[in-house]
Design a protein around this ligand. Structure first.
Ligand code: PEP
Ligand code: MN
Length: 347
């Protein structure tokens, strides 16, 4: 439920409302708008009588949120959530933001070189995994904390903020000391213990869609993070499993505009994991922008043939740079713009 306060309602009236809600074991989330204050009621509200709230002083009306995801829904919050990183870069504010880098951090030299190359091409955020969720226990599992240290040095050298995956609740504290954005991988989207620990972190969370999860399950996973206290969630469509075997996954392009309708959270697309094939990444990246994505996550490797993970879907820096130019053209064709790029002239 959402309680809309009257314009000009007082702090005392707001406090009275909150203590009434808390008194029946429910929590609140207060959003102070320019004209009005809106209070979200969080918790199991099945036996909660809205009429008791409607009559309180300062309350204009009570709205029931019909979606099972409440905090994440557009019903709850109309205006888009904008995430601001420490360097001032915003995600979800209109400009398109690109995260790029290798699947895994392999060594200090290559992560710095890749950071500089993607920055040169116009990328805004450096990605790289230190904790890798690999299907086989016999393949490269990532460098762990040494990888995080290398990624942090690459941030210093390039000036790009960093996004990296955290796989276990016990690593959340450590990873949040390094990362600007913490990534939840597809395989962990419903690891609720992990989601709850990320709810306590004061940094944005990039939540990938589980490869076997519906859009509703994905938004409910976001809800777990938000209900635990962290409202800075970026959703990432990275393909789902279907019967098709030519591609690694099937990119669910329609999920992008659908989730933008259902939720106020920013949505980005990862055509690298969605397709598994470098030749398919640029076309699907462009399609994602045309479909309304707020950004992209792209795997880039200096030498994809010898990459320790996901080489087949990684772009070489020169191909990535070319793709960025095309993204800029597509962005302006759909009335958007790529952060930091000159606007294209029509025609
Ligand atoms: C990744 O980003 O490297 C990754 C493992 O992605 P996903 O969780 O989408 O498979
Ligand atoms: Mn990968």
């Amino acid at each position: 439920m959402i309680v809309v306060m009257k314009a000009g309602s007082t702090k005392q009236e707001l406090d009275g409302l909150i203590s009434k809600i808390n008194g029946v074991g429910l929590q609140t989330h207060v959003s102070e708008g320019i004209e009005r204050t809106i209070v979200g009621i969080i918790g199991d509200e099945r036996n909660f009588d809205a009429r008791k709230i409607e009559v309180l002083p300062g309350v204009e009306r009570v709205i029931r949120v019909l979606q099972p995801f409440k905090l994440a829904s557009r019903e709850f919050k109309q205006e888009p959530t904008v995430i601001t990183l420490p360097n001032g870069l915003t995600i979800g504010a209109g400009g398109i933001v690109i995260m790029a880098g290798p699947c895994a951090i392999e060594d200090q030299r290559s992560i710095i070189e890749t950071a500089l190359a993607v920055k040169d091409a116009g990328a805004h955020i450096l990605r790289g995994g230190a904790y890798k969720p690999r299907t086989s226990p016999y393949t490269f599992q990532g460098l762990g904390v040494r990888g995080l240290e290398m990624l942090a040095i690459a941030r210093e050298e390039s000036g790009l903020p960093i996004v990296t995956e955290v796989m276990s609740p016990s690593d959340v504290g450590l990873v949040s000391e390094f990362a600007d954005i913490l990534q939840v991988g597809a395989r962990n989207m419903q690891n609720f213990t992990l989601l709850h620990s990320l709810g306590k972190v004061k940094k944005p969370i990039l939540l990938k869609r589980g490869m076997m999860c519906t859009v509703e399950e994905w938004l409910m996973a976001a809800e777990h993070i938000m209900a635990s206290g962290n409202h800075e969630v970026i959703l990432c469509e990275r393909g789902i499993r279907t019967f098709e075997t030519y591609t690694r996954n099937t990119m669910d392009l329609s999920a992008i505009p659908l989730v933008k309708q259902l939720s106020h959270l920013p949505v980005i697309a990862d055509p690298s994991h969605a397709t598994g094939s470098s030749a398919l990444v640029p076309p699907m990246a462009k399609a994602s922008i045309a479909a309304g994505a707020d950004g992209l996550m792209i795997e880039v490797h200096l030498d994809p043939e010898n990459a320790l993970s996901d080489g087949a879907q990684s772009l070489k820096p020169a191909v990535f740079a070319e793709m960025m130019q095309d993204i800029n053209i597509i962005a302006s064709a759909v009335g958007r713009y790529l952060e930091g790029f000159p606007k294209c002239q029509a025609g």
